[in-house]
Design a protein around this ligand. Structure first.
Ligand SMILES: [Zn+2]
Length: 334
């Protein structure tokens, strides 16, 4: 009862409790009709719609967000993220992207960008290389200091994200589908994805090779990208670069990643590490090494494929239930 919201109902002419409901409404925005879901408040006693504090702001926000989603236009927070990841101010970023000097300021105040400008912002968010081009073109206009600062960030990002497109897409898809993931778990998932994809589709999903590190197979490039997170879940504004990249995956590739997410993905990074320690590709490459001795020995794709081909004879690797059985067998070690 204590949590109930009350306000004066003009119909009942007394303080009444009220409830929120989401109601679809046809709204005209920029001369086009949209179905927008809006929150409305209703008196619990008489059922009449009432005005409550803050509801106009809430509906304005709902309308703005849904309109941008439907038209695939960047949000205000996307614009803020852009400035953050490239460490660049409103005016210089505006000029770098070829807009008027105060355009981005207006976007931050709520003005909705045109589709054309929105797409430019998206491209800059996703491709540091594109941002570098923009910065170089607008170098004179934005001034030496802002130019240098932003260029440094863009170059660092470009360097960091220089994984193959398919590896980026795979990571992007894993991020999209998981609540949270640690670098350790991610590394192992990528290894299983590669192995299972080669068995089921006869070719690797991405070109990178992993190495036999102490904590199991690891992709060096992926390690570099996420090393600051250590054993914590990965979370970083800069990874906006990965957003939507998964859309470049084929159906086969999605099938493989889903298989791994729904089987290996149910276990912790540590458990996945233990599983890989019992698999030939890793321990063959660790031969003669002490448990904590570092090594750059490459685990070749052939070794991985051969191993999982063998597994596939006992546990069908295109079936999630069979993969789960394999995992249990590996954990029990029998
Ligand atoms: Zn009422």
């Amino acid at each position: 009862m204590g949590k109930e919201k009350h306000t004066f109902c003009p119909e009942c002419r007394k303080e009444c409790s009220y409830s929120f409901k989401k109601v679809m409404k046809k709204c005209i925005i920029k001369e086009k009709e949209y179905d927008i879901e809006l929150t409305r408040a209703f008196c619990d006693d008489c059922g009449m719609e009432i005005n409550v504090p803050g509801i106009i702001d809430l509906r304005t926000e709902e309308m703005d967000r849904q309109f941008r989603e439907k038209e695939d236009i960047v949000s205000i927070s996307d614009v803020e993220t852009l400035m953050e990841i490239y460490n660049i101010g409103k005016a210089p970023v505006s000029l770098a992207l070829g807009f008027g000097e105060i355009t981005v300021t207006r976007y931050l105040q709520g003005q909705v960008p045109s589709k054309e400008y929105s797409d430019i912002i998206k491209k800059a968010l996703r491709e540091p290389g594109y941002m570098i081009k923009c910065l170089n073109k607008a170098k004179e206009k934005i001034g030496e200091t802002a130019y240098k600062k932003a260029l440094k960030c863009a170059e660092e990002l470009e360097d960091l994200f220089s994984l193959s497109g398919k590896l980026l897409s795979s990571i992007s898809y894993i991020f999209e589908k998981t609540e949270e993931i640690t670098p350790l778990a991610l590394q192992k998932m990528l290894y299983f994805i590669q192995g299972i994809h080669m068995v089921n589709f006869g070719r690797p999903l991405f070109v990178e090779d992993c190495q036999a590190w102490t904590h199991g197979p690891a992709y060096k490039e992926v390690y570099e990208l996420f090393k600051t997170f250590k054993y914590s879940p990965i979370e970083d504004k800069r990874f906006v670069i990965l957003r939507d990249r998964f859309k470049e995956l084929t159906e086969d590739e999605i099938t493989t990643i889903d298989l791994v997410l729904n089987s290996f993905g149910l276990y912790s990074g540590k458990t996945l590490e233990i599983i890989t320690h019992k698999e030939e590709p890793w321990f063959n490459e660790r031969e003669g090494l002490l448990p904590d001795e570092s090594s750059n020995n490459v685990i070749s794709k052939d070794e991985i494929k051969q191993y999982f081909d063998k597994v596939n004879e006992k546990f069908s690797l295109n079936d999630v239930e069979e993969i789960k059985k394999y995992i249990v067998k590996q954990i029990k070690g029998c």
